[in-house]
Design a protein around this ligand. Structure first.
Ligand code: PLP
Length: 391
């Protein structure tokens, strides 16, 4: 019987044999007794493998409809492992608004090893095609992007890549494997910061890589074991527990995010809303708009007053938690970008990102409304030319 992901996440094909416990036992052991010298054992040393990590990695692979799953000790460790499958001399194309930590990794660390990178506006697949060089070995995409929720057309990029025999990796953190399945669309590698929705409780830092390709899987295992960046036993156990509620958590957050999109779009204190659910390209490759959106205040000087007036959301970096999280890219995730570049790219002082949690939706909307009224300036509303024009 083929089970849905919702059910697979909760039940295991094999129950724990000794006591039939509801949850997997925690095998908190670094090493394993070897009866037969030179004999084969399922596990010998926990960095190389352990039952809790295997269990999690099986679930991660199932979730993405993939063959091989790998759990890492952060999303950025997962991304690093994917780049380490490359050789010195290889070239990579990536979006100009890629996750900041990914950009730092490429520019400040990997560039030292003679891997070269070209960043492009990935909204137009032609820009990717034009950046291809004879040594291009990987096209790396992240969609929707952050914090302006630009959409990359995954099938169009895969077409281009296959034509040139180049691999495609997709950072699928924002949509989760329940909202978007890049492997099904033909991607070679899918990456997650499992710190976000997969874990969902703002506790574990973790990453995942999933692939159908046996050679890529062998390379990833060598890197995971050889560089020691696998997820710990305890965190593997915790993440497996948190995954049991992923489906119900994400569904609820997506439902609330739709309502917040509608609410913000009609609010006079808001000039723009960025929500993947408004993009037809996105909706062709994903099941819905996800649970994270961006918006800009009409009066951009009032960002501090706005957060002061909020009482429910956490004001912080990160996303995908049970609690609603409001982020301020200008002073948080994108603060390291020089101010004029930040402003030119639309990451202005009045821009916020909201990751919708599991609170009651009426409470959330009321809280947002109170805070928005706090920064609502009658004079700006009466003179609409003061609003941003690029609606
Ligand atoms: C958070 C994040 C990462 C990095 O993951 P960590 O778990 O923080 O290392 C990578 N990509 C995206 C899209 C993210 O949001």
């Amino acid at each position: 019987m083929s089970l849905t992901k919702q059910t697979q996440l909760i039940h295991d094909s094999q129950r724990e044999p000794t006591y039939q416990s509801a949850n997997q036992p925690l095998y908190y052991s670094s090493t394993y007794h070897q009866q037969q010298l030179g004999g084969a054992t399922p596990y010998d040393y926990a960095r190389s493998g352990n039952p809790n990590r295997t269990h999690l990695e099986t679930k991660l692979a199932q979730l993405e409809n993939g063959k091989h799953g790998f759990a890492f000790n952060s999303g950025i460790a997962a991304i690093t492992a994917v780049f380490l499958t490359l050789q010195a001399g290889d070239h990579v194309i990536l979006p100009d608004d890629v996750y900041g930590g990914t950009f730092r990794l490429t520019e400040q660390i990997l560039a030292k090893f003679n891997i070269t990178f070209t960043t492009v506006n990935a909204e137009d697949p032609k820009n990717i095609e034009n950046a291809i060089q004879p040594n291009t070995a990987l096209i790396y995409i992240e969609t929707p992007s952050n914090p302006l929720f630009k959409i990359t057309n995954i099938p169009a990029v895969i077409d281009i890549a296959q034509h040139h025999h180049i691999r495609v990796a997709v950072d699928n953190t924002f949509m989760t494997p329940l909202g978007q399945q890049p492997l099904d669309l033909g991607a070679d590698i899918v990456i997650h910061s499992a710190t976000k929705f997969l874990s969902g409780h703002s506790d574990v830092i973790a990453g995942a890589v999933i692939t159908n390709d046996d050679d890529i899987a062998d390379a990833l295992y060598l890197i995971q074991n050889g560089t020691g960046t696998a997820l710990s036993v305890y965190d593997s156990w915790t993440l497996t527990q948190h995954l049991k509620t992923l489906d119900v958590r994400f569904k609820q957050s997506v439902k609330s995010a739709k309502k917040i999109n509608t609410f913000l779009a009609q609010h006079p204190a808001v000039s723009e809303v960025y929500y993947p659910g408004n993009s037809s390209t996105h909706l062709r490759q994903a099941h819905h708009g996800g649970a994270v959106l961006g918006f800009r205040l009409v009066d951009e000087t009032k960002a501090q007053q706005f957060v002061d007036a909020l009482s429910i959301p956490l004001v912080s970096v990160s996303l995908g938690g049970v609690e609603t999280i409001v982020s301020h890219p200008n002073t948080m995730s994108h603060a390291a970008i020089p101010q004029h570049i930040r402003e030119a790219r639309g990451i202005t002082f009045g821009l916020f990102r909201i990751s919708v949690g599991l609170e009651n939706i009426d409470d959330l909307i009321l809280d947002l409304d109170i805070a928005l009224k706090e920064v609502y300036d009658e004079s700006l509303i009466k003179h609409p030319q003061a609003q941003s024009s690029s609606g």
